[in-house]
Ligand binder design. Sequence first.
Ligand SMILES: C[S@@+](CC[C@H](N)C(=O)[O-])C[C@H]1O[C@@H](n2cnc3c(N)ncnc32)[C@H](O)[C@@H]1O
Length: 174
Amino acid sequence: MISVLRLGHRLGRDDRISTHCGLVSRALGASEIIYSGDKDDKLIEGLKSVTKRWGGPFKITYEKNWRKIIKKYKKKHFVIVHLTMYGLSVNKEIKKLRRKKNLLIIIGSEKVPGEVYQLADYNIAVTSQPHSEVAALAVFLHEYFCGKNKKFKKAKIRIMPQARGKKVVESSRK
Ligand SMILES: C[S@@+](CC[C@H](N)C(=O)[O-])C[C@H]1O[C@@H](n2cnc3c(N)ncnc32)[C@H](O)[C@@H]1O
């Protein structure tokens, strides 16, 4: 099971990027995202509504105390992976990480507290260049799952891939 912990969400400033963290987590195979920082009911409701329409399972929650989450997941024997440009290369570490079944992936926003680097079992970089939590998360999940797509359940809407044009199938299930 892959869980994502998004640190330091800021109301107003991070609406779009935090939504994208959730969308990428869901689409690329994580089972849940936990938001920390400012509480944002609109963000959570928006992602719940996407999951209702496009399928799951995918859980979205908020927890003010991110330390509590890291400790809780350590107790459950999850491996804690912090994505940071200062870490070891994902290219070198991914084989080892694929053998771990339960991961808590931490992504930051503006300033990540130093303690996170110590609490993590692995600090992993997707290139040693600054970019974005959305990109880092997408690449990491794609690498972890070897590009294999998750099968979504209870979807009300599905895309039928087309070479050109759009084909969307809606389920009659309520
Ligand atoms: C915009 S960055 C800001 C990071 C901030 N300067 C700090 O204190 O680390 C936001 C987040 O994107 C992710 N990120 C950015 N570049 C990355 C990279 N090259 N590899 C892995 N993660 C990265 C990290 O999770 C980081 O916390």
